[in-house]
Ligand binder design. Structure first.
Ligand SMILES: Nc1ncnc2c1ncn2[C@@H]1O[C@H](COP(=O)(O)OP(=O)(O)OP(=O)(O)O)[C@@H](O)[C@H]1O
Length: 259
């Protein structure tokens, strides 16, 4: 019997008043897979992502993570189960260093509590050491370890986007949800991002990547789902999707497929 997918989204629908932003979309992310979700502007990608990530409840449908029904579950609970997300709009603390931004996120997973921190017990020191190591590991992954002491505010835009990924990685997820990580990046930064996403997967993390940039999606994804007007119109390998007449039609005149 084949292994159960790490994520199963079944018949997801989200309406805003009279507008159906996502209509009956289903997909699976297999273990160790990078699955891309693409679509033109306003297709419903962000809404779809936010519903899966627990930022808003669906109108109908279910989200099953590793066999658990996580539909409508809050993001912090999902993180404890092993599913973390990044944000399209930066959510960093600008006056903290890159390292402290990651460390602040990992503290939430600590269990020793404030009395232990106050008295600096052995358990607290062990946890503190583990938190520091895990934060540095996450920064190394996104090639920001040498910028660990730089204030988030002073990082370049591309570096800030990578720091977002480090924050999500520091919780040691088994499924990482990436929300348009290449937005605003130049082609060189986009290529660097592709290498990073591959390395994260090679560590055993499955990835759902919602992205507008075709080049990034085609370069890194094992399979791709295409959404248009809230409806899934195609699914397959990057090659299959690029050759799909419906996909070509949707993108024609907006962005050359595979460009
Ligand atoms: N909170 C909201 N209230 C009402 N309508 C919304 C809301 N969020 C999104 N929409 C609408 O839902 C549709 C899908 O939007 P969404 O942002 O999910 O698309 P997208 O594919 O992420 O677009 P982009 O690539 O431009 O970010 C759009 O018509 C949008 O105007």
């Amino acid at each position: 019997m084949s292994e159960r997918p790490i994520l199963e989204v079944n018949g997801l629908t989200k309406t805003f008043g009279g507008l159906t932003a996502v209509s009956d979309v289903s997909l699976t992310v297999r273990r160790g897979e990078i699955l891309g979700v693409i679509g033109p502007n306003g297709a419903g990608k962000t809404t779809f992502f936010n519903v899966i990530a627990g930022s808003m409840p669906p109108t109908s449908g279910t989200v099953i993570y590793d066999g658990n029904d996580c539909t409508g579950m809050r993001a912090d609970r999902m993180a404890r189960l092993g599913m973390t997300r990044t944000f399209q709009i930066t959510s960093l603390f600008p006056s903290l260093s890159a390292f402290d931004n990651v460390r602040a996120a990992t503290y939430r997973t600590g269990t020793a509590g404030w009395p232990a921190a106050l008295f600096r017990t052995a358990r607290w020191r062990r946890e503190e050491q583990a938190v520091r190591e895990s934060a540095m590991k996450a920064l190394r992954f996104v090639e920001l370890d040498r910028r660990a002491d730089v204030l988030a505010d002073a990082l370049s835009y591309g570096e800030q986007r990578r720091l977002e990924i480090a924050i999500a990685l520091a919780a040691e997820p088994r499924l990482l949800l990436l929300d348009e990580p290449a937005a605003g990046m130049n082609p060189e930064e986009g290529q660097r991002l592709v290498g990073m996403i591959r390395r994260i997967r090679d560590e055993g993390v499955s990835i759902l990547l919602v992205e507008h940039h075709m080049r990034v999606v085609m370069g890194v994804c094992d399979r791709v789902v295409v959404i248009d007007h809230g409806v899934k119109i195609a699914e397959g390998t990057p090659r299959e999707v690029v050759d799909n007449p419906d996909v070509i039609r949707v993108y024609l005149g907006r962005e050359a497929v595979g460009a």
